[in-house]
Design a protein around this ligand. Sequence first.
Ligand code: HMG
Ligand code: MG
Length: 313
Amino acid sequence: MSAERAAATVTDFRGRRVTIVEVGPRDGLQNEHAQVATADKIEFVNRLSAARLPVIEVGAFVSPKWVPQMADAAEVFAGITRAPGIRYTALVPNLAGLDRAMAAGVTEIAVFASSTETFSRRNINQSVDASLAGYKEVCDRALAAGVRVRGYLSTAFGCPFEGDVAPERVADVAARLADLGVFEVAVSDTIGIAHPGQVPRVLDAVLARLPASRVALHFHDTRGTALANVLAALPYGIATFDASTGGLGGCPYAPGAAGNLATDDLIYMLDGLGIETGVVLENVSEASAFIASKIDHALPSRYAQAYRASRGT
Ligand code: HMG
Ligand code: MG
């Protein structure tokens, strides 16, 4: 690619807006073996609010038997300071979860389906069809109560149990999820296997069924390709990306799934491209350092590592 062409490509993105969905307190912490104190979760969310992240997934109202780390979701919601203009969301697997979320004052939830049968059974103990039938009830009740619903679609780029997944299969389940009334489908790379050669193939199939405005992308960074995947998706008009501060994360029911794309790294790249996010990177770094001090291992975000090194900490 010539220098002129490279410059034109970058210029194309200037002035665009991207929404970052911060999933660190949920997707990040759900995979931590050591229990993080409720007060520390609350402080983490408050620091993410200070960074002006527009959407923060605070927790999950799933079975505490399945994911013990999320058992205190209601207490976390009760303790956080909700900043105006920020959406605070939660994962919900069933009607019991919806009831708990609504009792905690949650006004936006996410249901989570899978592109593949085996992952669906391992993650929520149901077939894909049964899960969509259950989510229809959740969506109907939530929407009637004025609660917005997002839909995740796991294993969209590959499954830890079934391997390759046909893009048409992904597009089909995405369309069925959208038909339930979710406002957007987060097409998810559960095990961080996607690469920039594959992203266009999946997007071509999904965007044949849904407008780009209803599609978000959720990358894990297991193989170091998450940022490159975002760059590959931007020309398609995708404007919502999930990320977790520090690169915390993984799915407890997806062997080998590593952290999400790090919010710190994503903001650094988007800022460099002239894309507006409204997020304050310095404050993300502070939140990243805070949560790193509450877990028993280093966080993978490269930006966070550089930030710490530059401050001699
Ligand atoms: P089950 O065992 O088939 O269902 O679990 P059950 O109805 O028999 O429930 C088992 C027990 O949990 C019962 O308690 C229920 O009452 C209770 P018991 O009678 O044994 O005392 N229970 C609940 N408690 C609180 N809140 C609830 C709830 N539901 C049931 N909502 C179920 C089925 C769906 C509940 C279970 O499989 C589950 O909770 N799975 C969630 C797993 C999970 O959270 N995975 C990680 C999130 S997904 C993810 O990370 C992917 C994503 O990031 C995108 C990507 O990267 O791909 C979103
Ligand atoms: Mg995930």
